[in-house]
Design a protein around this ligand. Sequence first.
Ligand code: ADP
Ligand code: MG
Length: 148
Amino acid sequence: MEHQLITYSAEETMNLGQKFVALAKPGSTFCLTGDLGAGKTTLVRGIARALNIKNVVQSPTFNIMKVYFDGDRPLIHIDAYRLADVNTDIGLDEYIGYETGITVIEWPEFIKDLIPENAIEVNIRHAEGDTRNITIKSDDKDFMEGLK
Ligand code: ADP
Ligand code: MG
């Protein structure tokens, strides 16, 4: 199933993250694709805000992974950009889909082998100005219905 929507500001994209939290089952994984500056990390910030995480979520490009335990549920934020062309066997699979948490992966194309089959795919595309076209794909009927 596929759902398309448009956001017109960073705040609107963050609100989409809030919706994701409301609809996400425990252990859900979200894969975020889109060019640099599309709004992937902004969406993660919205997810973090909805989880009442106080730490500021920055793009973890230099850290590969950050795990936030100070919110309502754990948030696992992975940015796989730096894992292009390197051995990705560094234990990330232990965290992806972790317990009651929400896992969000930027640049999932670089760790394809580690992506759960039921991951929710989110693609963000730049349009003019602050406009972003967002496509969400998932087999989870309840999740997709909830987005509407
Ligand atoms: P990425 O992680 O995809 O590289 P970021 O989330 O770090 O992108 O950066 C996106 C930038 O675009 C931020 O500065 C954000 O404020 C801005 N922005 C403007 N409009 C939007 C929008 N509709 N959705 C998301 N971000 C937006
Ligand atoms: Mg980012």
